[in-house]
Design a protein around this ligand. Structure first.
Ligand code: 13P
Ligand code: SF4
Length: 301
């Protein structure tokens, strides 16, 4: 029996559902039951019926699944796979902003630790941030941790007053306007599809801005044959699966998230055999972090 067959067998035997994000390696996406963007995966985590969830992604994703499903066991093939941006705001800063602006809504990108979520009013993902913030009654918005997504959302909602934080995704931040211009010059007519974690001057020269699944949907619906992609290269797997006759080109050669790539077929197999390592959270933090996630799911409807 090969590794993939063994994984399928263990999944059934141990009542496990495998969820994966579009940024993990294609070989891992291939063996998952569901692959999605951060929002789809959070929603899915609330509806799966199996007792155990094996999450192929970074830690904040596994934590979100655990926060929403305390009675389930959430397993991560590599618990050290973590998103650096998830830590890029201090709790003291949130408290200080709350004192300074008593009517503020603390809006937390899902790429954040459980502790940061526990100090926030509502969560958002890149695919629902505009809708969720628009639906909030508050005028003042402290958007954490990502500064780039915050700037993008603020531009779409001029009626709100944003307070920015200086967090960023190290992978998307490295993509420059020059990368886009060079790629456009080499491939004239190919639209640039960009993730909103990129810096503003990159967004300004892009043709479409969206989450991973929005980028995939856009390319799939388009009649064009060639696309320039400004996000992590994991999306190429699904782009190519859905569009075998289309060509996808990275605007920069090394758009790779090393933490997402820590998840491998081998550590998925090992995690299934042992049902470990599991995500564990203090109940008080879990409860507090649950409210902003639930509010996101409601406001994003
Ligand atoms: P989305 O899949 O929601 O676009 O998120 C991108 C991301 O950075 C996940 O870490
Ligand atoms: Fe975090 Fe960026 Fe990796 Fe997404 S791509 S997990 S935001 S470091």
């Amino acid at each position: 029996m090969d590794k993939i067959q063994r994984i399928q067998q263990l999944k059934e035997e141990k009542d496990v559902v495998i969820l994966a994000h579009y940024y993990v390696d294609g070989q891992v996406q291939k063996l998952a039951d569901y692959v999605g963007d951060s929002f789809a995966l959070s929603k899915l985590a609330t509806t799966v019926t199996r007792q155990n969830i094996l999450f192929c992604g970074v830690k904040f994703m596994g934590e979100s699944a655990k926060i929403l499903n305390p009675e389930k066991r959430v397993i991560m093939p590599d618990i050290t796979a973590d998103c650096p941006m998830a830590h890029m705001v201090a709790i003291e800063k949130i408290e200080q902003i709350r004192k300074q602006f008593p009517d503020v809504a603390v809006v937390c990108y899902v790429n954040s630790t459980a502790e940061i979520k526990a100090h926030s009013d509502v969560c958002v993902t890149s695919s629902n941030a505009i809708r969720v913030v628009k639906n909030l009654p508050n005028k003042e918005i402290f958007f954490i941790p990502d500064n780039n997504l915050a700037q993008y959302v603020a531009q779409q909602l001029p009626e709100k007053q944003f307070i920015f934080n200086d967090g960023f995704c190290p992978i998307h931040k490295e993509i420059t306007k020059q990368n886009i211009l060079d790629a456009k010059a080499k491939h004239p007519g190919a639209p640039v599809l960009t993730h909103p974690e990129c810096i503003d001057e990159v967004l300004q020269v892009s043709d479409f801005i969206g989450s991973t699944s929005e980028i995939i949907d856009y390319a799939t619906a388009s009649e064009k044959k060639e696309f320039l992609i400004a996000t992590e290269t994991g999306v190429f797997y699904e782009l190519q699966q859905k569009n075998p006759d289309k060509k996808f080109i990275s605007v920069k050669s090394d758009q790779i998230c090393p933490d997402m790539k820590k998840i491998t077929v081998d550590n998925v197999l090992l995690a299934l055999e042992n049902l470990e390592p599991s995500v564990e959270l203090e109940e008080e933090i879990r409860k507090k972090a649950n409210a902003p996630l639930v509010k996101m799911l409601e406001l994003a409807k």
